[in-house]
Design a protein around this ligand. Structure first.
Ligand code: AHR
Length: 537
């Protein structure tokens, strides 16, 4: 979106941010944000800003991977623009190869000379295996992202997992698999630390019971070769809010005479898709979904209501884990999240689970990242599902066409939270009121998160109200500002999205402001995501 569109939407950016003492404000603000600079929550793990790429639809093939002989500009087969954009947002981590695909994948199909790799039916689509471990590691090395693999628990034995670790991490010349890796282009070990033990193992990952999955998990992580790299194992968490899965897994893993120690487990995976927009009329997987583009005001708010539930999942899983892991050595990995709409809005019909991304999805993404920041002591990994041409994508591509979505802009705005110290921020604003199936409903009026890195405070805020701006007084407790920069993502049309023909319909606007003081005032535009970067004196 260009600056003119912002002004047309009634938002005079730069004119509305004022630092002052309370007496200076002639009229009362309708909202208040108090940033408690001396109340740290924890360091925001950069990996919370991670991404998910599955061998699905056009995520890898035609998305990330175009091949070395493609007319699409590429580095070693990887689309150049995606490398540049991932570097821009400092993408810290990428999860691969699934998703459900992971538990049907034989990693040995994706190594060796590309022309000699087998073609498989694949879980989601035909799998040519031209993109395998060496190519995924190329993507990670070119972008600086940490790899996060998901192992196959459903259909491969633990020995195959050991061998995958060996291929990735064994020192050169130390084993046949290390030599194969060298022939595949990397004499040096990949030093892969993060390993998911399966994916959604209550469902596509094997239909296990929690007790069975606990047994598999224990077997997979026992005496795995580490080659000097401390491995971080992530266990597959529950389907939705099924806390039984969490409790029973913990009981069989960490309880009783034959318990293993929580310190041996790095993370507990949580997946939360915002898909059920039926407001209780049905919970059918297909029927309950909404449309990515054709939505009314109720569905605008419904997405945020559903998206908010990930905070309940964080809290409920955290307290259930605490029954067996009092010191909270196991952190949470929200490694799949985003909106999931009905099929029909993909940029090409061949893009399985592809959909358009609107301003609504940007607000949902910002809302999710703010939740993770507010729980920086609990959440160690996040992976937005999925990176390109799929669900909550940051990018859409088709052959040589490539655009960034509103979700990308949120990651770009929020990157200053990575590695920063999250501090408590209290929000108070009039609640949104709207009609939900002929009954009046309400939703929070302003929410966000705050973090401090050096002398810079990053305050990110979502105003979900579709039509009303919120005028907020922002108090910095135990601190004072010397200047600020404001970045805003909004549009007069809540359905706004980017297309190949109009790639900048939704984009950010930034303005610098030179003022000082412990109190500031800002008008948050309707339907917006805002970042205030405040220099602290
Ligand atoms: O992201 C699409 C699918 O959603 C993943 O493969 C699976 O883990 C989840 O159910």
């Amino acid at each position: 979106m260009n600056r003119r569109t912002v002004l047309k939407g009634g938002v005079a950016l730069g004119a509305s941010l004022v630092f002052a003492r309370p007496s200076v404000f002639a009229s009362a603000a309708d909202s208040r944000i108090e940033v408690l600079l001396n109340e740290p929550i924890g360091t925001i793990s950069p990996n919370v800003y991670g991404h998910f790429t599955e061998m699905l639809g056009a995520v890898i093939y035609d998305g990330v991977w175009v091949g070395e002989n493609s007319k699409v500009p590429n580095t070693g087969g990887i689309r150049k623009t995606i490398i540049e954009k991932l570097k821009q947002i400092k993408a810290p981590m990428i999860r691969w190869p699934g998703g459900c695909f992971a538990d049907s994948y034989d990693w040995t199909d994706g190594i060796g000379a590309p022309g000699k790799r087998p073609e498989r039916g694949g879980f989601w689509r035909g799998e040519p295996n031209t993109f395998g471990t060496p190519e995924f590691m190329r993507l990670c090395r070119l972008t600086g992202a940490e790899p996060y693999f998901a192992a196959n628990v459903r259909s491969l034995p633990a020995l195959a997992f050991d061998h995958w670790i060996e291929y990735c991490n064994a020192p050169a010349e130390k084993s046949s698999l290390a030599r194969t890796r060298a022939e595949d282009g990397s004499r040096e070990p990949y030093n892969v630390k993060y390993w998911g033990i399966g994916n959604e193992n209550w469902g596509c990952g094997g239909n296990f019971t929690p007790e069975q999955y606990s047994q598999e998990f224990r077997r997979f992580i026992a005496w795995t070769p580490s080659y000097g790299e401390p491995l971080k194992f992530i266990a597959a968490g529950p389907g939705g809010d099924d806390l039984d899965w969490t409790e029973l897994f913990c009981r069989h893993t960490f309880g009783g005479k034959h318990a293993i120690k929580p310190k041996d487990v790095f993370g507990w995976s949580i997946h939360w898709y915002t898909w059920d927009l039926a407001r209780g009329k049905t919970h059918d997987w297909d029927a309950a979904k909404g449309d990515a583009l054709a939505f009314d005001l109720t569905d605008w708010y419904e997405v945020f209501r559903e998206g908010d539930k990930v905070e309940d999942l964080i809290l409920s899983n955290w307290s259930t884990l605490a029954q067996y892991d009092r010191d909270h050595q196991i952190k949470l990995a929200v490694d799949e999240y985003g909106a999931w709409y009905k099929p029909g809005s993909a940029v090409d019909p061949s893009h399985g689970l592809g959909q358009q991304i609107t301003l609504r999805d940007a607000l949902l993404t910002a809302q999710s990242l703010d939740i993770f920041n507010r729980h920086a002591d609990k959440v160690a990994i996040g992976a937005c599902a999925q990176l390109i041409n799929c669900l909550n994508a940051l990018f859409l591509s088709y052959e040589d066409k490539f655009i960034v979505t509103p979700t990308f802009h949120v990651f770009d705005m929020y990157r200053s939270h990575q590695g920063a110290r999250a501090v408590r921020a209290e929000f108070s604003a009039p609640r949104v009121r709207y009609q939900r199936d002929n009954k009046s409903a309400t939703f929070w009026g302003l929410k966000g998160s705050a973090s401090v890195q050096g002398k810079t405070l990053t305050l990110t805020v979502v105003n979900p109200h579709a039509t009303e701006p919120r005028d907020a007084e922002i108090a910095l407790r135990d601190g004072s500002a010397t200047s600020a920069e404001v970045t805003t993502l909004t549009n007069a049309d809540i359905h706004a999205h980017n297309t190949f023909d109009h790639p900048d319909t939704v984009s950010t606007v930034s303005t610098k402001i030179m003022m000082s003081g412990p109190l500031l005032r800002y008008t948050f535009p309707s339907a917006s995501v805002t970042k205030l970067s405040v220099a602290l004196g």
